[in-house]
Design a protein around this ligand. Structure first.
Ligand SMILES: Cc1cc2nc3c(=O)[nH]c(=O)nc-3n(C[C@H](O)[C@H](O)[C@H](O)COP(=O)(O)OP(=O)(O)OC[C@H]3O[C@@H](n4cnc5c(N)ncnc54)[C@H](O)[C@@H]3O)c2cc1C
Length: 469
């Protein structure tokens, strides 16, 4: 009889773990608390009929560039990436926008006096994306396979985003880099915030920042369909609160964060491991709004329509201030807003002639403050008349996010803050293993952390399989 495994949670990491184990011939069953699979990778009609909104992830550089996803026949299961003309646009108060071009050479030209520095910073990693991504999107290697490449990344990435941004002469390029590094949820003065900025900027050129035709659900559907073809099964509407609920199996992989792992597997974990899990720290949360619109967003700068992703926060200093305040538990008046306008390049998202938008800003973990007015002021600042386009809106405050996906603890969308300590020990020195021999953790709370890439699940499953022989 083949070995068997249970996976708790059907986010991209749970599904990746399940697929890897099914590929190896194990009997695999995935248990999902919600009525649909996918975790933060689902699409829903949150506002009006016919308007399809991504509940969580919307833009997929790490998925399209993921070494594991790239090895799967996901296109055959209906997944299609749509690449907007440019990865990201960043409007400024003078009515212009800085647009990051997809090709590094084009970006070098368009960034003018900073083009050379931008290209020097990113080129080695853009050119060697396959090697770079397979090293970076995994556990920290004791001995990297590409030591010079990784040393170069470490030398720059260990720094703060501010340190990196000071290499640029133009305020415009600094603002662009702040917006990209702002995805980290770290203060831009904190070490490692530079690494997020560099990694995401590298993906802009090496991969692009695509959206999924039909919404993020297409990625989940493709993963589930491939898993089904391999003989795996997903059972939805089944919350697992104790390992005793699971059928007999050789391995349990948990696509949950440390807080839930304590509840589910606490009875089988050692006291010292439980202490480590209790000390795990969650990061700031997200306050998210989805919009049904009667027209495209009326940007002051028409260049913003060249990208699906738009960063709203103005200058480097303004974004840095906003992120520092949030990291210190405060609510900024002018929050940094990440906005996606998927219907500009995917007509399936809204009825003919209508549009959707997705936006969130960072807030302290578990915040109950209503940020709607402040978030919309930031959109209106760069797109006057935005309010007149709104047909309907749907707000997801941190508690709402967590209700629809219990991994989003306090609205933390990254499975725990990725500061220096939790970058190295995520969630503990054991990595994917726990103190119970047959129980593994495979969520974004393990290396390489948040984002849709499935690499946490892949590496956890590899680790679980290696001990099964
Ligand atoms: C608003 C938002 C925007 C984002 N934007 C992006 C983006 O644009 N690009 C990007 O790459 N990433 C983005 N992310 C981050 C990305 O979605 C996550 O990092 C990723 O989904 C993590 O995958 P996961 O499998 O670890 O967890 P999740 O996707 O959170 O899945 C966990 C699953 O486990 C289930 N579960 C939890 N506990 C139990 C239990 N006890 N029993 C059964 N099931 C359980 C949950 O219901 C859920 O389905 C975003 C996330 C959010 C919320």
């Amino acid at each position: 009889m083949p070995n068997s495994a249970c996976v708790i949670g059907s986010g991209p990491n749970g599904l990746s773990a399940a697929i890897f184990l099914a590929q190896a011939g194990l009997r695999v069953e995935v248990f999902e608390a919600q009525s649909t699979a996918g975790g933060a990778v689902r699409t829903m009609e949150l506002t009006l009929p016919g308007f399809r909104h991504d509940f969580g992830a919307a833009v997929f550089p790490l998925a399209a560039g993921s070494p594991f996803f790239s090895s799967l026949p996901l296109e055959k299961h209906g997944l299609e990436w749509i690449y907007p003309q440019a990865p990201v646009a960043h409007p400024l108060d003078d009515g212009t926008a800085i647009v990051l071009e997809r090709k590094l050479d084009d970006a070098k030209r368009s960034l003018g006096q900073d083009g050379e520095v931008w290209a020097d910073l990113l080129k080695p990693f853009v050119e060697r994306w396959p090697e770079f991504s397979s090293e970076l999107l995994g556990p920290l290697p004791w001995l990297p396979n590409h030591p010079f490449l990784m040393a170069r990344f470490g030398w720059n990435g260990f720094r703060s985003a501010r340190f990196i941004a000071h290499r640029f002469r133009s305020e415009r390029t600094r603002a662009l880099f702040a917006g990209i590094a702002g995805h980290s949820f770290l203060s831009l003065d904190e070490c490692l915030s530079g690494a997020f900025g560099i990694l995401l900027a590298v993906t802009a050129h090496a991969v692009g920042w695509p959206i999924a035709r039909g919404g993020s659900q297409s990625l989940t559907n493709a993963l589930c369909s491939h898993l089904g073809q391999l003989g795996g099964k997903v059972t939805t509407s089944t919350e697992i609160n104790s390992l005793r609920q699971l059928p007999d199996c050789d391995r349990v992989l948990c696509d949950v964060t440390p807080r839930q792992l304590l509840q589910i597997a606490g009875a089988e974990l050692t006291e010292s491991y439980k202490r480590i899990l209790r000390r795990f720290r969650y990061g700031p949360g997200a306050f998210k709004v989805d919009y049904a619109l009667n027209a495209p967003i009326p940007w002051k700068s028409g260049d913003c329509a060249r990208a699906a992703t738009v960063h709203l926060g103005g200058s480097f200093e303004e974004i840095a201030r906003s992120e520092r305040l949030v990291r210190n538990g405060h609510h900024p008046d002018r929050p940094f807003v990440l906005l996606v306008q998927p219907s500009l390049c995917d007509q399936s998202r809204a009825p003919a002639g209508k549009h959707t938008a997705w936006a969130y800003c960072h807030v302290p973990n578990g915040s109950t403050d209503d940020m709607l007015g402040k978030l919309e002021n930031q959109i209106e600042r760069f797109a006057p008349g935005f309010h007149d386009c709104i047909l309907a809106r749907h707000v997801l405050a941190p508690a709402d996010l967590q209700k629809r996906d219990s991994n989003l603890v306090g609205g933390d969308i990254s499975g725990g803050i990725a500061d220096l300590r939790q970058f190295v020990f995520r969630p503990s020195w054991r990595g994917y293993g726990t103190s119970a021999e047959h129980v593994y953790i495979c969520s974004a709370s393990t290396p390489p952390g948040g984002g849709v890439h499935g690499m946490c699940g892949y590496h956890a499953a590899r680790s679980a399989l290696s001990k099964l022989a």
